[in-house]
Design a protein around this ligand. Structure first.
Ligand SMILES: Cc1ncc(COP(=O)(O)O)c(C=O)c1O
Length: 462
């Protein structure tokens, strides 16, 4: 007999208490934090869905691995274990550990871009965009049209628009040093990219003699979606699918804080010997010797084990299903979100939930504040605060106004998700009364991390 209930495929060995607070305490806490959820103290949060990055629970195997970490400065045993794990999945010749994903981006773009260059991607993540723009280059987003239609179903909404890719390479010959694709597409709703699309990007990029890099943060989740949704992959293992994804590429940037199942770490990997040498030189400048790259030996051990655990089918089934389940509850409650649900998060469509708040009063930001005040839930805006400011300093509305609830890996259980659904039901009820915010302090780069805000209406959000 096959039973239908999908359970958390682990038992809990260590617990960490979370603290309930009153609504009044949370109102005070968020005011003190300048109405910026990034500036809250984590202990004032009940359920923390700010990010799935580095926040997951490690397995007993990972903790055991950490105890045998080799802390040698050069040539540590833990590095070779890490390198072997990365090579087994990606097949890339050179593997450079980094302290997190953005360090891999900084090294890659610092070694390969010049001002005026263009880097196409389905959708650049904020750190990727910032690192490209810091080099004076242009981060070009070319997702398929469905990516901007939150209520339209498409099995691979993370796909890149291949016609636009080809057009870009034709029109900007000599100015596109690499093509990237982000799997899954975090800024576009955690949506997967199909194998056919990855193959297509690879074919076009290579026809123009341009290297193709994968932003691989959530490669295992992407592999699971391919297994579930793409013809010809149902009988393949997530590992085999991941290996095929990387076969089409020339390199990858990775934040091991996601599908590396670790609390810190990342890597840059590639086949090109000459580029790898330039990257290693830059790595030494900023990260450390190339066999540790800003990480402890025990971190390398945790990642080597985590990369493999992320591809476990029972784990992936539970993970993707928990998120889908929250989506089903929200659909019943009439809360608009990006459909279908993504791999690591549910993205509420604040533009549709709060049509009365104009984009320059940041509806998604306001919604995330109300979710904290009412339910102690921390989420993140992916909208006009994160993406509204243009490189020339002007402002324009982001393509979508989203609130992302990202799920840490192996951390929360079904009852946490039920609680969330209940809070969201209530928020739907009070949504017509939610008000916007104005920005009162704005830092020059990645402003969402530290900007400060005020409610637009008499200091009140609801
Ligand atoms: C798609 C994507 N790329 C890059 C990064 C940057 O990784 P890190 O936070 O480890 O620097 C992230 C982090 O959230 C991401 O989601």
């Amino acid at each position: 007999m096959e039973f239908n209930t999908i359970i958390e495929p682990f038992r809990i060995k260590t617990v960490e208490p979370i603290r309930r607070t009153t609504r009044a305490q949370r109102e005070e806490a968020i005011k003190e934090a300048g109405y910026n959820p990034f500036l809250l103290k984590a202990e004032d949060v009940l359920i923390d869905l700010l990010t799935d990055s580095g926040t997951g629970a490690m397995s007993s195997r990972q903790w055991a691995g950490m105890m045998v970490g080799d802390e040698s400065y050069a040539g540590a045993r833990s590095f070779y274990k890490f390198e072997a794990a990365v090579k087994r999945i990606t097949g890339f010749k050179h593997v450079l550990p980094t302290h997190q994903g953005r360090a891999a981006e900084r090294i890659l773009f610092g070694s390969a871009l010049k001002p005026g260059d263009i880097v196409p991607n389905n959708t650049h993540f904020d750190t990727t965009r910032a690192n490209i723009e810091y080099r004076g280059a242009i981060a070009l987003d070319i997702p398929i049209a469905e990516a901007h239609q939150p209520n339209v179903y498409h099995p691979f909404k993370g796909n890149m628009d291949l016609e636009r890719l080809e057009q870009t390479l034709r029109e900007h010959s000599g100015h596109v040093p690499m093509v990237m694709v982000t799997v899954t597409n975090n800024s576009g709703g955690g949506q997967p990219v199909s194998m056919a699309n990855i193959r297509g990007i690879s074919e076009i990029a290579h026809r123009y003699g341009i290297p193709f890099f994968i932003d691989a943060c959530r490669f295992a989740e992407n592999a699971w979606f391919i297994k579930m949704r793409e013809e010809g992959y149902a009988d393949k293992s997530p590992m085999e699918i991941a290996q095929e994804m990387f076969e089409y590429a020339d390199g990858a940037t990775m934040s091991a804080k996601k599908d590396g199942m670790a609390n810190i770490g990342g890597f840059l990997a590639m086949n090109d010997d000459e580029l790898a040498q330039r990257c290693k030189n830059m790595e030494i400048l900023g990260e450390g010797f190339p066999t540790y790259g800003g990480l402890a030996g025990y971190d390398l051990e945790a990642i080597a084990i985590g990369l493999e655990e992320a591809l476990n089918p029972d784990y992936l089934r539970y993970r993707i299903r928990s998120i889908e389940y929250l989506g089903e509850r929200m659909k019943r409650a009439g809360i608009p979100f990006i459909e279908p649900t993504g791999g690591h998060a549910v993205y509420i469509d604040a533009r549709r939930l709060l049509p009365h708040i104009p984009w320059n009063e940041y509806p998604a930001w306001a919604l995330s504040l109300v979710m904290y005040i009412e339910g102690g839930i921390r989420s993140v805006e992916i909208g006009s605060v994160m993406f509204g400011r243009q490189p020339d300093g002007s402002e324009k509305p982001a393509a979508m106004e989203l609130v992302r609830m990202a799920f840490p890996r192996r951390m929360y259980t079904q009852s946490h998700v039920d609680y969330l659904a209940e809070v969201l039901d209530y928020i739907k009820e009070i949504s017509p009364r939610i008000r916007g915010v104005r920005m009162v302090e704005e830092p020059p780069v990645l402003r969402h991390f530290t900007a400060r805000f005020e409610p637009t209406h008499d200091g009140l959000l609801v």
